[in-house]
Each structure stands twice: as C-alpha cells, then as structure tokens.
Ligand binder design. Structure first.
Ligand SMILES: C[S@@+](CC[C@H](N)C(=O)[O-])C[C@H]1O[C@@H](n2cnc3c(N)ncnc32)[C@H](O)[C@@H]1O
Length: 272
C-alpha cells in the first residue's frame, strides 16, 4: 500500500493551524527574519509568500511596510494569517487559498517571493519553483528554505528513535519530502532550472524550544499532518512506549525542564 503524502492534505493542514503556530513558530520566525534581512524587504515592495502556513514571514514583511500576498492551499492557514493581521492592526497583508504548483497570479508581478518549508513538500517541486520564479519581476529576488537532511533536524532523530522503540520493525516508507532539497547542488540547480539567473545558498541554524517532552509528545499530532498520521498508526500500547522512549531520550540528553532541538536550514536566494 502506498503511504499517503500527509504534506499534500490541505484539510490536514487546516487541523494543524494552532499546533503548528504553537510548536514550530520559533523555527519559522528565526528563518523568516534571516531571509528578510538577506533580501532587504522594505516599504512599497510587492511580496509573495507561497505555502505561507500561519503567515509568520508575511506578518514580519508587512511590518516593514511591504505590500504582502500570503498564499496557501489550506483555507485554515489563510484564515489564520488574516486573523493575525487584523489582531495586530496590520493592513498590508492579503491572503488567498492557492496551490503553489499553479499560482493564479500574473507573470512578473512581485519584487520579492518567499517559500519556507513549502516548495520542498510539493509533489511537483519543479512546477512549484517555476511558478515561484515566473511571478517575480526581472531582477526580483526569491528565498526558498528547506532542511539540510535528517542529521540536521534533531527533533526528527528523537521521533524516529522513539518510533523504533515502539515498533522495532518500523521503516520509513520512502525518502521524506522534508529532505527533497537537502543536497545543495540539487537545490541550486533546481532554482536555476526554474528560471533564476543566479542562486546562492546560505546555511543557518535555528533552535526549536519545547516546554517539556512530557507536554510535547501527547500534543505533537496537532502540529504537523505527518506527525498526526504517524501517531495515529500506532496501537495504544505502541503509543505508550513511544511516549516513554521519547521522554527518556530527551531527559537523558538534556536533563530536566524545558528542552530544545536544533534545525539546520538552507536558505536558497535566487535573483531572476
Ligand atoms: C511546514 S508548513 C510551512 C509554513 C510556513 N511557510 C512556515 O515557514 O512556517 C507547510 C505549508 O505548506 C502548505 N502546502 C503544502 N503543500 C502545498 C501546496 N501544494 N500548495 C500550497 N500550499 C501548500 C501547507 O498547507 C502548510 O501551510
């Protein structure tokens, strides 16, 4: 049986809005701030955020005075961005439901485009990259972020370790879309093939903080569709072993109290 691609279930992302914003916020926020400063986003620029999720970059970009369009195929994410902008009194953000592989937007209409942990998940990543570049003005700049590989994503290592304790026969179904742009050469050549005239990679580290492993693991299904699918595939007994193994591993590495995991991220910057 083929494993369902959790990252491509828009409705599953609708259910992850609050959990994602709660647990993954710091990672996305750190990478968004670094990308903003590399690209020099500022007042009057037209900015597109593709697969915007809860809109962490979109809000930060609008706060610089840019005119932002946030897009995501999840209606829940799009509504969340608009709600956050209203709540913060920011009026430079619009948001629309849109598939990043088929943007309903005119050619050459944005100064800046951004897609963080988004395009890497698309089944047709090349189409996502082409669309991303197509809508940029000539000379416009785009930033795409993606994980550098399983070794660079500590939370992934902890989860896989606990999964193996719960189900010793566990084998990943295939290559994870999380790492589809891990290879710097592939990342750069995908950007150039999509139409960028130049592409550079910056590799940065970000920290994902958690209050405690005991509090995190029972709620992790709320943060990402892939984690929900994984937790739901376990029997009650396996879930219990998973939780115990996760807590034991974190505690043995980091002691009592809050814990944090590191994530290594490529930021691919392209100029059209
Ligand atoms: C890991 S989250 C990243 C969210 C945000 N960019 C960030 O950095 O926090 C992935 C997002 O991609 C969206 N997504 C996945 N596939 C998509 C597609 N084909 N078109 C548009 N959005 C998509 C999901 O709904 C989700 O909001």
């Amino acid at each position: 049986m083929t494993q369902p691609n959790a990252a491509q279930m828009a409705k599953a992302w609708d259910q992850a809005v609050t959990g994602y914003d709660e647990w993954i916020f710091t990672l996305s926020d750190g990478v968004a701030r670094q990308s903003l400063s590399i690209m020099g986003v500022g007042p009057g620029q037209k900015v597109l955020d593709v697969a915007c999720g809860p809109g962490i970059f979109s809000i930060l970009a609008a706060q610089t005075g840019a005119d932002v369009l946030a897009t995501d195929f999840s209606q829940g994410m799009v509504e969340h961005v608009l709600k956050t902008a209203r709540h913060l009194g920011i009026d430079g953000v619009q948001a629309e439901v849109m598939d990043g592989q088929d943007l309903q937007l005119e050619d050459s209409s944005f100064d800046i485009a951004y897609s963080s942990f988004g395009i890497m998940l698309f089944p047709d990543m090349a189409a996502g990259m082409r669309e991303f570049c197509r809508v940029l003005k000539p000379g416009g700049m785009g930033a795409i972020t993606a994980f550098t590989g399983p070794e660079g994503l500590e939370i992934n290592r902890l989860i896989i370790g606990a999964l193996k304790a719960a189900n010793p026969e566990f084998q990943p179904a295939g290559p994870s879309p999380l790492f589809s742009l891990a290879d710097p050469d592939v990342f750069r050549s995908e950007m150039l093939a999509a139409g960028f005239s130049r592409a550079n990679l910056f590799t940065v580290r970000s920290v994902i903080p958690f209050s405690s492993p005991e509090e995190f693991w029972p709620k992790m299904a709320e943060a990402l569709p892939a984690w929900r699918l994984m937790i739901n595939s376990l029997t009650d007994r396996q879930r219990q072993i998973f939780g115990e193994a996760f807590v034991t591993q974190v505690r043995s590495e980091q002691g009592d109290g809050p814990f944090a995991t590191e994530a290594e991220v490529h930021i691919g910057i392209g100029v059209k």
